[in-house]
Design a protein around this ligand. Structure first.
Ligand SMILES: Nc1ncnc2c1ncn2[C@@H]1O[C@H](COP(=O)(O)OP(=O)(O)OP(=O)(O)O)[C@@H](O)[C@H]1O
Length: 327
């Protein structure tokens, strides 16, 4: 990989302790749970540290800690395809976690959640790996309502930005496009761009408030790479991922489709393609045109081009950033 400037710190010692009823992992106090994915839990943590030797009161700052359970992941077997091969192989989820760490630890961009530290101790009694990341203290850009199956815009972010949702959409999605541009320029594909993987923070200037998270399905790819494995999340993934048969799909064009879907969801507060199950959702994505409920022709043009049914008709990430809608 052509990114040598940054590498997250690695520590091979972990210490678990309790103080006054509080749980600590090394210098990090464990707080509330921020979320849970298929690979592990994510917790808010506070780090206590001394900025100078003389300092008496400890300084503190907040992070997100993603926790992988090594033994659990090692026992979960799954089938996968290597890049450029349609010959399936067996692996376990720990290898996927390793892949995520090995890509994420080098990523250094203001719109990508920074991975600061990896704690992996062979003698850890809990057999876990701990990733210390930048905290998205404002949460995801939208919240999913399990009852209505709808995404609702995160009002705390709109209040923080002091913007209406269309102004916020331009600001946030430009930043996500810049994150994808950085990945694509470095021959990395994300393959799981979705609303749940876009978080916001109050830590930085506004043009750095939005961060892409979760690199579990990221891969190194050449511009003309063809992939064969089923990546992405139903509702967000391009139809060719499910229906490519032996032809495979371009992972770069998959990211572009998913970007367009996220922009649609943010501006409409609903998923454009949602069927009874994953197969119907993918079929709708393949066969149905997008239905718009906004009046903005430039926005409609941008989303329609990202979600062109033929992958070769979709723009590059640079073309997206140059689109009139962002001007
Ligand atoms: N840095 C962060 N700051 C705030 N919240 C976070 C952060 N990282 C993750 N989260 C929360 O935790 C959830 C799960 O994180 P993540 O997507 O990285 O896990 P995963 O196991 O890889 O998920 P998936 O099943 O989508 O692959 C996110 O949707 C988000 O709500």
């Amino acid at each position: 990989m052509d990114i040598e400037i940054y590498e997250a710190n690695f520590r091979d010692k972990v210490e678990h302790r309790k103080e006054n009823g509080k749980k600590f992992i090394n210098e990090y106090e464990l707080l509330d749970e921020l979320g849970e994915g298929s690979f592990g839990k994510v917790k808010r943590v506070t780090r206590y540290f001394k900025e100078t030797e003389e300092q008496e009161e400890l300084s503190k700052s907040d992070y997100a800690m993603k926790i992988f359970h090594k033994t659990v992941l090692a026992h979960q077997r799954t089938c996968f395809y290597e890049s450029n091969s349609n010959d399936p192989k067996m692996t376990n989820l720990l290898e996927f976690a390793d892949n995520e760490i090995n890509i994420h630890k080098y990523l250094n961009h203001p719109n990508i959640c920074k991975l600061y530290e990896i704690i992996d101790d062979e003698d850890d009694p809990q057999q876990k790996i701990y990733l210390i990341m930048q905290l998205g203290d404002l949460g995801c850009i939208m919240n999913f309502c399990e009852i209505t199956f709808k995404y609702i815009r995160n009002q705390a972010i709109l209040d923080y930005l002091k913007m209406n949702y269309m102004q916020a959409a331009k600001l946030l999605f430009k930043q996500i496009a810049q994150a994808i541009q950085y990945l694509h320029e470095h021959n990395i594909v994300n393959r799981d761009i979705k609303i749940d993987n876009i978080i916001c923070t109050t830590l930085y200037p506004l043009d750095q408030c939005c961060k892409l998270i979760d690199f579990s399905t990221s891969r190194i790819a050449e511009k003309d790479s063809i992939f064969y494995d089923c990546a992405g999340t139903p509702g967000f993934r391009a139809p060719e991922v499910q229906f490519c048969l032996n032809d495979g799909y371009s992972p770069f064009k998959l990211d572009i489709w998913s970007f367009g879907i996220c922009l649609y969801i943010y501006t409409h507060e609903k998923l454009p393609f949602w069927g009874e199950g994953d197969l119907e959702t993918d079929l709708l994505a393949r066969d149905q045109p997008l239905q718009f409920e906004v009046q903005d022709d430039l926005l409609i043009n941008l989303i329609n081009s990202c979600c062109a049914k033929k992958p070769q008709d979709r723009p590059t990430i640079q073309e997206i950033l140059d689109h009139e809608w962002f001007k």
